[in-house]
Design a protein around this ligand. Structure first.
Ligand SMILES: Cc1cc2nc3c(=O)[nH]c(=O)nc-3n(C[C@H](O)[C@H](O)[C@H](O)COP(=O)(O)OP(=O)(O)OC[C@H]3O[C@@H](n4cnc5c(N)ncnc54)[C@H](O)[C@@H]3O)c2cc1C
Length: 507
């Protein structure tokens, strides 16, 4: 029986498995639905930061059907492999700002979480008391001479338009245009499992079970006692003292609902017995709506093989992302002059929902983003479209851009026709005090109303943050591990190198 049974070996599950298995005497089991490649090298398709392996035929992701807004459907990928979405993402590793933590519960102010941010990273460019220098994830920014044609022209155009230069988007006061902190080293995407778990392949109290999908949490009364899981077509019960869901913002919420934790009426309608009546499960879904503005580079110009995003402009309300590939070719290495300037809404008011269509955990849940629902969101994006047009016009005047979206007309229909999402979903199991009717977990990450069950992943962020979520998701897992270690009476673990002894069971 495991002391800790972690469901999901993605960004957060990898951190938690590494940190909890460093606790003296702890037995940790990590279940991952996708392939667990350890102790071998990271699969070659997952290391190139110039491509995202998320195409329709990718074996490293699962695609979920979604409604982005009323009448606009789509599909979103999520990593389905050890490392989770960090194994397939854009390598943008930018922290939330101090202001983003307003509204988070006690224990989660910026000052309180800063040590967890620092523990996660080794910043290769900054070595002050804000950045980490000994953590598992390497973070670096591209120097000016390595910026691609698009990234350099975008930076220049923003500066000419009067935006401030931001040398470090991970500084607490960051705002403006500058290089993106990237979890890339030696030209390779460093996913969280590679950073945290690969060095621990010999740790005997850590068992990693790949290609193993949890189907539901098993309760005795209101205490979680393990999970039902399937591996190679065989279903089994895996017992644990403490079950921790790290299945991501989609599947942690789905697992709770399928297991009887959610709004009672919806559960009963599907024949699911209610274990804990938590109305908030699936209700606080937030993401950064993203408008893709198409344009063309001048013939003969090429970005070469560089990370998909090297520079950006962020003022905490919107983020402009000059991708170095067209959206159609993010998943491969085709070089062509079509480009997309991403225009993302970083402080959205709109909230979506995740619900069940059926009680079967193998079926995808119903995901409605409701992007653009709030009039203030549409107004912010319309205003940001003008900023983006100014930047693109300056890139055209500089001879880098040949053609800008011929239909450019920032009104609501134009926004809807170019609507996408940033893949930064949060809030489906949000953190809050027990007297908050929509809170799902407390500040200790334990699920309200039951024992022996926690959620630790992007789903618990109670409010959307004004940056990409990845660095903050990793921080959430670091902070949760620290709180769990205190709960277990152990001192927090300092780093992955402190671990000893182990055999890992891998698929
Ligand atoms: C294509 C893409 C690009 C992105 N780019 C960026 C970026 O550049 N910067 C940024 O800040 N953010 C980015 N994000 C978002 C960021 O990567 C994620 O928010 C973050 O990785 C989420 O971490 P997580 O631990 O919550 O979930 P995940 O990393 O998704 O991990 C969930 C894990 O749980 C496993 N799992 C799910 N269900 C089960 C089950 N029932 N049983 C067992 N295992 C299960 C999954 O297989 C997966 O490995 C991107 C996301 C995507 C999808």
């Amino acid at each position: 029986m495991a002391d800790y049974l972690i469901v999901g070996g993605g960004s957060c599950g990898s951190v938690l498995a590494a940190r909890l298995s460093a606790l003296p005497g702890a037995e940790v089991t990590l279940l991952e639905a996708g392939p667990a490649w350890l102790p071998a090298e990271v699969p070659a398709e997952l290391v190139d930061p110039a491509a995202l392996p998320i195409g329709p035929d990718s074996r490293w992701v699962r695609h979920f059907p979604v409604a982005l807004a009323d009448g606009i459907s789509g599909a979103v990928p999520r990593g389905r492999v050890l490392g989770g979405s960090s194994a397939v993402n854009g390598c943008y590793f930018v922290r939330a700002t101090p202001r983003d933590f307003t509204g988070w519960p006690a224990g989660w102010s910026f000052d309180e979480v800063l040590p967890a941010f620092r523990r996660s990273e080794s910043d290769r460019d900054f070595t002050d008391d804000v950045h980490g220098t000994a953590g598992p994830i390497p973070v670096r920014r591209e120097p000016p001479e390595r910026l691609s044609v698009t990234s350099a022209a975008f930076t220049r155009a923003c500066l000419d338009a009067g935006h401030a230069y931001c040398a470090d988007h991970n500084a607490p006061t960051a705002s403006g245009v500058g290089p993106v902190p990237l979890n890339v080293e030696g030209g390779r995407r460093i996913n969280v499992a590679a950073a945290y778990l690969a060095p621990l392949a010999e740790r005997a109290n850590l068992r990693i079970s790949g290609s193993t999908r949890a189907l539901g949490i098993v309760f005795h009364g209101s205490r979680a006692i393990g999970v039902r899981a399937v591996r190679g077509g065989v279903e089994e019960f895996i017992a644990a003292d403490h079950v921790v869901l790290c299945a991501g913002a989609i599947e942690s919420a789905q697992l709770l609902l399928c297991s009887g934790v959610g709004a009672p009426a919806g559960l009963r309608a599907l024949g699911i017995a209610v274990v804990a009546p938590l109305a908030g499960v699936g209700t606080g879904l937030a993401d950064h709506a993203e408008i893709g503005v198409p344009y063309r580079l001048r013939a003969g110009l090429d970005d070469g093989s560089v990370p998909v995003l090297q520079s950006m402009l962020n003022d905490s309300t919107v983020e402009l992302r000059p991708y170095t590939r067209s959206f159609e070719h993010l998943a491969d290495t085709v070089h062509e002059p079509r480009r997309m300037l991403g225009l993302a809404l970083m402080a959205p008011e709109s909230r979506g929902t995740l619900s069940l269509a059926t009680a079967d955990p193998a079926q995808a849940p119903v995901i409605a983003y409701r992007h653009l629902d709030a009039a203030s969101d549409r107004a912010a994006l319309r205003a940001a479209s003008e900023v983006a047009r100014d930047v693109l016009e300056r890139m055209r005047a500089a001879g880098v851009v040949a053609e800008i979206d011929p239909d450019y007309a920032p009104h609501d229909d134009w926004l809807r026709a170019r609507l996408g999402t940033s893949q930064h979903m949060t809030g489906t199991c949000r953190m809050g005090t027990a007297d908050d009717p929509l809170a799902v977990v407390g500040a200790d990450c334990r699920v309200h109303g039951v024992d022996g069950l926690s959620v630790v992943d992007a789903s618990i962020a109670p409010t959307p943050i004004s940056r990409g979520i990845h660095a903050t998701a990793v921080m959430i897992a670091e902070r949760a591990a620290e709180l769990m270690a205190k709960d277990a009476g152990a001192p927090p673990s300092g780093g992955s190198s402190s671990v000893s002894g182990v055999t890992t069971l891998l698929s």
